[in-house]
Design a protein around this ligand. Structure first.
Ligand SMILES: CC(C)(COP(=O)(O)OP(=O)(O)OC[C@H]1O[C@@H](n2cnc3c(N)ncnc32)[C@H](O)[C@@H]1OP(=O)(O)O)[C@@H](O)C(=O)NCCC(=O)NCCS
Length: 407
């Protein structure tokens, strides 16, 4: 009998959570449903049922995504997509994603977002990668800051850090294209204040804030240090878990502090933006060695006019897009007219300037990937000469989008 796809009831939270853990190779069956209930909307928590057993899972929650032009858009964040190993490759994940995408559109959320565990999974369902991150590693003995900061730095306890970092993040994310709002529970779980059995124990860490002359928090960093010695020489590595900065004074204060910690010879930071400012703060920028550049946030448009009208464009322009969607959710022709001050998009009968699969639209949505580059790879087609170039310019953003929030 085909598995039933539906949202779960309150009583099914524990077996659902065990199924999620199995999917992520965690054998724990501790009952954490009381903790989960607080932040898990049941009407958006899906299961595939084989009889009364839950054999595949998916859930979503609403967040605000910052679109180009610093426009907030409520979207659906999808997470905990798993299929139990005994039931894999029978189409269950596909059925859950399809059900959630239809519900997403019905709820009036024009875009579905997620972080893909593996690249090949989600393109088939119309998602495209839309932001990137990279890691940095600095040999602290070989470089220093060009200029110091007027901001002060101080250690704080976890409680103060949580409050200050959440407030600072909220100020930053509303202008950072690609970032999402973080629900309260995010901070509790991320900082290890609430420990869920599905997550590895959060290591103990140091918490430092940067303040300007008026005492306002302008930067926050959480880091860990692994202390090692080589033949009685210190060789500790400092790993940055989170670094939030409101501007150059905070960047200088935090990086300057991190690079100066005694006994530390290497500072590493992951999930940083691809236009990271760190190298430019250093006397020798080559000492900030970049690595592990990869995709992070993926977008799936479920309402083209609403998604495209909810952002601003770098230059004024008009383009007719033919969107191809194998799932049939948004297939059609759309005319977009937009610029730095506003945009409109609606269904069109005009002949298309460019055609593209909906996954390419997801990749271009935040300005992170160029339509022209994707066309070179056969993932968009130009029907009017010059249309790719002008559309690229419209969709491009002054700075690459960046998303640093795991969910
Ligand atoms: C990813 C996962 C949920 C897929 O579940 P599933 O029920 O086996 O997927 P489906 O049967 O619906 O697969 C549909 C298609 O996607 C393909 N596919 C699914 N997962 C894939 C993967 N990891 N790599 C490559 N292709 C994959 C299938 O081969 C199938 O292709 P086909 O239609 O051409 O035959 C499952 O493999 C899983 O639980 N993985 C571990 C947890 C995980 O990584 N979750 C994703 C979190 S973002």
């Amino acid at each position: 009998m085909a598995a039933e796809i539906r949202t779960i009831t309150s009583d099914e939270l524990h077996p659902w959570s065990v199924a999620v853990r199995r999917g992520f190779l965690n054998p724990s069956d501790v009952d954490d449903s009381e903790q989960r209930r607080a932040f898990l909307p049941l009407e958006r928590t899906w299961g595939a049922f084989d009889g009364d057993r839950i054999v595949a899972t998916l859930r979503s929650f609403p967040v605000e995504l910052t679109m180009p032009g610093a426009i907030p858009l409520t979207v659906s964040a999808v997470t905990q997509v798993t299929t139990t190993a005994t039931h894999r490759r029978r189409g269950l994940a596909g059925r859950l994603v399809t059900a959630e995408l239809a519900a997403c559109r019905d709820r009036g959320e024009p875009v579905s977002i997620l972080i893909a565990a593996e690249w090949p999974i989600y393109g088939r369902w119309g998602y495209g990668p839309s932001t990137e991150v990279q890691s940095f590693s600095v040999d602290t003995r070989r470089t220093a800051l060009v200029e110091t900061s007027s901001a002060s730095v101080e250690f704080v306890d976890l409680t103060e850090f949580r409050t200050a970092a959440a407030e600072l993040y909220e100020r930053i994310r509303v202008r950072q294209v690609g970032e999402i709002s973080r629900p309260d529970w995010f901070w509790d779980v991320d900082l290890g204040i609430v420990q869920l059995p599905t997550r590895p124990e959060v290591p103990r860490a140091f918490h430092v804030l940067a303040r300007d002359a008026a005492g306002s928090v302008i930067g926050a960093v959480r880091y860990r240090v692994e202390t090692t010695w080589e033949a009685m020489l210190p060789a500790a590595t400092l790993t940055v878990d989170t670094l939030l900065s409101a501007g150059v004074q905070a960047d200088r204060a935090l990086w300057g502090y991190l690079l100066s910690v005694d006994l530390v010879t290497e500072v590493t930071a992951g999930d940083r933006p691809v236009d990271e400012v760190l190298p430019w703060l250093l006397t020798d920028p080559r000492r900030a060695r970049a690595s592990k550049r990869h995709d992070f946030l993926w977008c799936r448009v479920v309402d083209v006019p609403a998604a495209l009208a909810a952002r601003r464009y770098r230059v004024e322009g008009t383009v007719v897009l033919e969107v191809i969607d194998h799932q049939g959710l948004v297939s059609g022709r759309y005319e977009l007219t937009g610029g730095p001050n506003g945009a409109q998009c609606g269904v069109s009968t005009r002949s298309p300037d460019i055609s593209m699969p909906v996954s390419t639209l997801g990749a271009a949505l935040l300005g992170g990937y160029s339509v022209r580059q994707l066309a070179r790879a056969g993932q968009a087609e130009e029907h009017r000469s010059g249309a790719l170039e002008s559309t690229d310019l419209m969709f491009s953003t002054a700075a690459p989008p960046w998303s640093s929030t795991w969910f």
